[in-house]
Design a protein around this ligand. Structure first.
Ligand SMILES: Nc1nc2c(c(=O)[nH]1)N[C@H]1C(S)=C(S)[C@@H](COP(=O)(O)O)O[C@H]1N2
Ligand SMILES: [Mo]
Length: 423
């Protein structure tokens, strides 16, 4: 929150105000108004008369427009990794509630975002079925649809927190920004399976994408009969190209990778296909030298998004700690918060709606005494699973693990109020 009086972007001198006032009176007034630097790169962002910062009750605002846009002083952005390939992270610290604006949804793609003409799109379902069928986008939309709010998280999310790369100056976005939540609309996969007459003996299906990675994953058919969906809508509009336009597989609560985007083919089988995406990648080496494979469910996790680095708290007193908690196994039933490094835990308030396999916003009023403090949050889901400490996770998984880093996140607060990532 910036005080407009102290923001160089919007501060208006008395002289500018006078010029602005003259502009209202004089016909050529608009030309006299100097645009502030914030406006210079945003054509059309200013009011109808080109004035900013003057009394908005004295001049008409800009007229209606076909497309909305953010207030020019609000600039949340995805953080794009400078490595080649597609990774961008959601600015968790800038968000309220649980929904991620679609243009801030994290991205992970292994061969770029393909351009797909919707008229040329089709989804083939074949293999152990009575009648193989190919569905156009229009065909998919003729089935009864459903809309549900779910998080999506890359199973590699949190790697920066787990490894030695750990740094005090990591933001929520850098640590856990491969997490986003949308309202997804689509057709339940079970309806399509009934349509093609899926065999009862089919226990697995292959999902294949039509991007240059041609990503393929094997998914147990029980997920299709449960809550999997072919999604074509995101937050009330068509999927974004980055999220799999025109259609993706959505597996609520399951690791991001298996949610195949730009899905073009589903093949039913009685065994997994053992693709490279589930053998060489997306399987987890364990401490005992073996590895986990098909670890689909995302374990319960939570993250304090405020206060967090780079926030500097402005003095002791009441501060509201807030963040999100989520579990791939169902609802979050409790989030505990500690402000003393884990000696004492107290339940945070869960903000409605609390939905299964969805982020839940939590809030905790904290009366900071002005001394050094250590903030932590711990999620508990409806199966009774409790988010472990990062040390417990290291002991259980070993240091070579590559996915599912759901350890408790720790923030330290100095006596000066500076917040830093601590574990
Ligand atoms: N076809 C295809 N599907 C894909 C991927 C991809 O590269 N190609 N990346 C996967 C990975 S690793 C993740 S975490 C999610 C990311 O989805 P999002 O970009 O919509 O956030 O998509 C998955 N589905
Ligand atoms: Mo991922």
């Amino acid at each position: 929150m910036m005080d407009p009086k102290h923001s160089s972007d919007t501060w208006i001198s008395r002289r500018a105000l006078l010029a602005g006032a003259a502009g209202v009176v004089g016909a050529a007034g608009a030309a006299m108004v100097k645009h502030t630097p914030a406006m210079a790169d945003e054509p059309g962002a200013e009011g109808a008369t080109g004035q900013t910062g003057s009394d908005p009750t004295k001049v008409p605002g800009r007229p209606a427009s076909p497309m909305g846009r953010r207030a020019t002083s609000e600039r949340p952005t995805r953080l794009v990794a400078n490595s080649p390939g597609g990774v961008s992270r959601t600015p968790l610290q800038d968000l309220d509630g649980i929904i991620t604006p679609s243009d801030l949804h994290y991205e992970r793609h292994h061969a770029g975002v393909p351009q797909i003409v919707p008229e040329q799109y089709s989804l083939l379902i074949h293999g152990m079925v009575e009648k193989p069928l190919s569905f156009s986008l229009e065909d998919l939309k003729r089935f009864p649809s459903e809309s549900r709010i779910h998080f999506l998280e890359c199973s590699g999310n949190g790697g920066a927190a787990f490894y030695g790369r750990r740094r005090a100056n990591l933001t929520p976005q850098q640590i856990d920004g491969l997490l986003s939540t949308s309202e997804w609309t689509g057709v339940p996969l079970s309806l399509l399976f009934r349509e093609v007459g899926a065999s009862e003996d089919a226990t697995w299906f292959l999902a294949e994408g039509m991007d240059a990675a041609v990503m393929t994953r094997s998914i147990p058919t029980k997920k299709a009969w449960d809550d999997a969906m072919i999604a074509y809508g995101q937050n009330g509009e068509a999927l974004r190209p980055e999220q799999g336009y025109p259609a993706r597989l959505l597996l609520p609560g399951w690791e991001g990778n298996a949610n195949v985007k730009w899905i073009r083919r589903i093949e039913l089988s009685d065994r997994p296909f053992m693709t490279r995406w589930e053998t060489s990648k997306y399987s987890d080496p364990l401490a005992d030298g073996t590895a986990r494979i098909f670890s689909f469910e995302m374990d319960a996790k939570s993250l304090i998004t405020y206060p967090a680095y780079p926030t500097v708290l402005n003095g002791g007193g009441w501060h509201e700690i807030t963040g999100v908690a989520w579990s791939g196994r169902g609802k979050i039933v409790r989030v505990d918060v500690s402000t003393d490094g884990g000696r004492q835990w107290e339940p945070a308030q869960l903000q409605e709606p609390v939905l299964p396999k969805c982020t839940t916003r939590f809030r905790f009023l904290w009366n900071w005494d002005g001394g050094p403090a250590t903030l932590m949050s711990r999620a508990v889901d409806e199966t009774g699973y409790v988010q472990p400490s990062t040390q417990q996770l290291r002991d259980a998984r070993g240091v070579g693990t590559r996915y599912h880093y759901n350890g408790i996140r720790v923030w330290s607060v100095s006596a000066e109020g500076a917040v830093a990532f601590a574990d």
